[in-house]
Write a protein that binds this ligand. Sequence first.
Ligand SMILES: Cc1cc2nc3c(=O)[nH]c(=O)nc-3n(C[C@H](O)[C@H](O)[C@H](O)COP(=O)(O)OP(=O)(O)OC[C@H]3O[C@@H](n4cnc5c(N)ncnc54)[C@H](O)[C@@H]3O)c2cc1C
Length: 392
Amino acid sequence: MAIKFKGVDFIEFDTLLTDDERLVRDTARKFIEDNLIPIIEECNRAGRFPRELVKPMGDLGFFGASLKGYGCAGMSNVEYGLVTQELERGDSGVRSFVSVQSALVMYPIYAFGSDEQKQTWLPALQKGEKLGCFGLTEPDFGSNPGGMRTRARKVGNEYVLNGEKMWITSGTIADVAIIWAKVENEDNKIRGFLVETNRPGFKAEDIHGKWSLRASVTSGLSLQDVRVPESNLLPGSGGLKSPLMCLNQARYGIAWGAIGAAMACYDCALQYSLLRKQFRDQPIASHQLVQEKLSWMITEITKAQLLVLQVGRLKDQGKAEHYHISMAKRNNVWMALECARLSRDILGANGVADDYPIMRHMMNLESVKTYEGTQDIHTLIIGARVTGIDAF
Ligand SMILES: Cc1cc2nc3c(=O)[nH]c(=O)nc-3n(C[C@H](O)[C@H](O)[C@H](O)COP(=O)(O)OP(=O)(O)OC[C@H]3O[C@@H](n4cnc5c(N)ncnc54)[C@H](O)[C@@H]3O)c2cc1C
């Protein structure tokens, strides 16, 4: 049974948005409703990334949406956040693709790249003509990327890269990989490199058997003596701070995106509870324990909206700190996962079937909780901010 989405707004949240923000949100919502919702369960079952949506998403300005110039939409951070919310209302995997293309590929080129790199890559990435991936995580280094083993060595006017990256979104469909490596002749300083994926020695293989983000491509990368010209070094990158700046951009989008997933689950559970009858021919929505779950969800969704809107407003004023973004990512993903679990419960047995979107969202959110800084890591970031003590 297809249940149409009507939006979730308990406290006239929409009145806190500008006309432009609502327009961007509604445009993204319609796109997702018309193009992703009808195919997502098939994609999820088949483990297929809906690549046919890349060009239309580029046309709508979803890639690098908050960057200025190079054909980018120049959206505010709040507008960009509302887009990711709507994308993830459709599917976390598709939102992940957009986050990677925007925050983890276009942003580092924009922030650390040379003029030539920006001219070469940003317009093509914005249109979706070229796709990118971001290689930071390694088989032995996830939460602690500073331990990475991937190395770059300067030889003449080239760099030679060696190493392995793991759990890389869009790895096998990317034309270019942003690879983070320690540069041996520069005191092992971490720097970013643009590595075209057709260079000899570069290999990407998909990770199979995922029960989460099945509509998103996740890959392992191997670099064996991959040579790139020195002009492929991102000249402004330097130190772990550079990839962390990229992650901050992506985490911000995730904090909004998680609300979309929560809304999808809540809305589905609410409508189901009004139709489903148990005991005395009464809808299950009339039972107090079901109402308690719905009340919890709408309250937490509303709090999450306010939290991320304030962080977005701070970001638009250049005042969002990484710990603000950590709080929003940590809270909103946790909230969304709890909403998915409660919604699944309200649907009873139907909750485990893909006639409904809930179990897919729940499984997706398990990855969203882990990537871009796990729940624990964000807890420690907030803890470090309030106590002044690093507990990593
Ligand atoms: C579907 C998917 C897509 C991804 N896409 C990308 C991508 O595009 N690019 C990329 O670079 N990476 C990507 N990742 C990797 C992701 O960022 C890492 O999985 C994440 O950083 C966690 O690392 P880990 O999986 O190695 O877990 P670990 O770091 O091994 O952590 C395991 C557990 O230990 C806990 N832990 C670790 N250290 C501490 C500590 N100091 N205190 C308390 N608890 C701790 C963690 O919170 C976690 O619960 C992706 C992951 C997934 C699942």
